[in-house]
Design a protein around this ligand. Structure first.
Ligand code: NI
Length: 226
């Protein structure tokens, strides 16, 4: 499932992130790329553990924690500390799949990357190119979102970022280990949760809502790894 989560960050938070990031020292993005990805990756990143990345990463994590849509869609167990990248001057990232297991530099704790996340920090008008293209069995999806909006997609997907031919594309990117490993199981739970929320709003007090909520939690109990 590919899902867009609007307004994860407020306009003020985006502005704060951008002013800090625009003044930061960036390094070659190949530092965190695996063997295959190194040959196709041309962008800049903040190193893991960089004070700016740590501070802004905490802001992103706090924003995720207040997003019911993120919680429902991702059912997160662990979230990798958010990282930050910048594409400019033809920078791009060719087709690749994200590394399956990552260790956090700060703690050494390992995370299985079930879901990939990109949180856009540039407005689409600021740059040309820079589309995130995600492949699934229904074809290729092109993603370019307003600043502060985020996309979640299965980390199992082949994906790439097209060359930025004007301006700069700044984003936060990270991974989530979900309590539900399977994308299709997670999608079922998300669809069920969404239907329950709609039922509660459109037919308040309907007793079927309680029963369906029970089904949701009992499926979660059956499938969740914690
Ligand atoms: Ni990737």
């Amino acid at each position: 499932m590919l899902i867009t989560i609007p307004d994860v960050l407020t306009a003020a938070e985006v502005a704060q992130a951008r002013s800090t990031l625009d003044a930061a020292n960036w390094v070659d993005g190949k530092v965190t790329a695996g063997y295959q990805a190194q040959s196709v990756k041309e962008n800049l990143q903040l190193p893991e553990g960089h004070p700016v990345a740590v501070k802004l990463g905490e802001m992103v994590l706090a924003a995720l924690a207040r997003s019911p849509l993120f919680m429902s869609a991702a059912l997160p167990l662990k979230v990798f500390p958010p990282m930050f990248n910048r594409y400019t001057g033809g920078g791009h990232f060719g087709t690749h799949v994200d590394t399956a297991i990552r260790a956090m530099a700060s703690t050494g704790q390992r995370i299985r990357t079930d879901i990939s996340a990109t949180l856009f920090l540039s407005t689409p008008e600021e740059y040309d190119g820079g589309e995130l293209l995600v492949e699934d069995t229904y074809g290729v999806h092109s993603v370019k979102l307003p600043a502060g909006h985020m996309v979640l997609y299965p980390a199992t997907s082949l994906h790439r970022v097209t060359a930025v031919t004007r301006g700069a594309r700044v984003a936060s990117f990270f991974w989530i280990q979900s309590m539900i490993r399977s994308d299709s199981d997670r999608t079922l739970l998300y669809d069920l949760d969404t239907a329950i929320q709609r039922l509660a709003k459109e037919v308040p007090g309907n007793s079927a809502g309680v029963q369906l909520t029970g089904v949701y939690h009992n499926l979660l109990r059956r499938w969740a790894e914690i």
